[in-house]
Write a protein that binds this ligand. Sequence first.
Ligand code: TYD
Length: 140
Amino acid sequence: MLINKNTVFDCSIIDISKIHNKAGNITVVENDVNLPFDVKRIYYLYDVPGGESRGGHAHYELEQYIIAASGSFDVILDDAVNKRRVTLNRPYMALHIVPGLWRELFNFSSGSITMVLGSQVYNEKDYIRNYNDFLKYRGE
Ligand code: TYD
């Protein structure tokens, strides 16, 4: 298996922008326009109890957009050398997470909704759930 050399600095925060009118806003995520991969899966996290964290794993191949569709939360990205903390709190901003990085989501605001767009369908074999296995995979 190839050791993935993506770093936390390969992740970007994308301004998806919004269409505003007096009746409210629309934000559109479209393949080939503001999305660098084809979406195969969408899921969302909600009713996250106060103080809980999610994630705590890496993926070999999955690429994701993570969006605070409502409320806010923080994400820690980790490439085994560098860590980066990102706050998501706008429904028109997406965090693009490239493959091979450890991530944790925490500090969820009450009622927050985390929307995740993924490049692959769910596959447990794509997960690295043990941090020491992740360090080995990264060659650290
Ligand atoms: P997990 O990815 O570990 O959640 P998080 O990263 O948000 O903490 O998944 C939690 C559980 O849900 C786990 O048993 C697998 C299941 N699951 C699916 O069946 N399909 C999916 O698309 C996802 C994301 C999770």
